[in-house]
Design a protein around this ligand. Sequence first.
Ligand code: NAP
Length: 241
Amino acid sequence: MSKVILVTGASRGIGNNIARTLAQENIVIANYNKSQNEAIKLKEDLKKENINIDIIKADVSKRNEVKDMIKQILEKYGKIDVLINNAGISQYKLFTDISDEDWDNIININLKSNFIVTQEVVKNMISRKNGLIINISSIWGVTGAAMEVAYSTSKAGIIGLTKSLAKELGPSNIRVNAIAPGMIDTSMNSKFSDEEINDIKEEIPLEKIGKPEEITKCIKWLLEDTYTTGQVISINGGWNI
Ligand code: NAP
């Protein structure tokens, strides 16, 4: 049955693939912030297949913008069945070079956004005693990564948020899970040279970098599932076992 699904950070990369795929059978609202042209392209691509998708701009780290976005969605559709907290940024820096501003920026966009968007959406889910929240963490939130301390911290925070919220919201029939991708082929990894990517592939048992579709497949499964909550699902080609 068609669900109302909000995907944050859907203009590019993993979120774009999730939104594009789920829109085939659901009402999807694709959030974006800076990449308006990519968001418009997503809408136009789907329109050619006679599929509708709503695109909506909001910086997910800002309470007032998120409030306004959720208000618009609820006025139009009356509910949000599924929230996919995907928006995120990365930063590659020595720990000693991370400024206060860098730290706040990463934590606000990657972690505080989950708190804000979820809080605004979940009131509607609780009143309907139904909902699914999927938070995109990272392999680095599980294991920690050198040169990515702020990023890893934000992604580990998402895991704590996911587990706690699953316990608090279970009685309201709301499932909360996290996905921890390994390396996925998006512009987030454009900082790595071909040589570095090849070295990484050698560390991965399945000997390849993942594609955004791998994450979407898991999300499609979670949409069907009814008994999984509080879990961190690792999709990483066996990079971390
Ligand atoms: P990406 O290609 O760089 O896309 C990031 C998306 O996040 C863009 O659509 C961007 O939208 C959005 N975004 C960033 N800041 C935002 C904000 N303040 N408000 C709203 N949207 C914002 O990255 P990706 O690889 O698809 O990453 C998606 C998620 O997967 C992230 O949470 C990332 O940490 C996680 N992840 C990725 C990998 C990987 O290897 N790629 C691995 C593990 C986890 P605009 O451009 O419109 O601002």
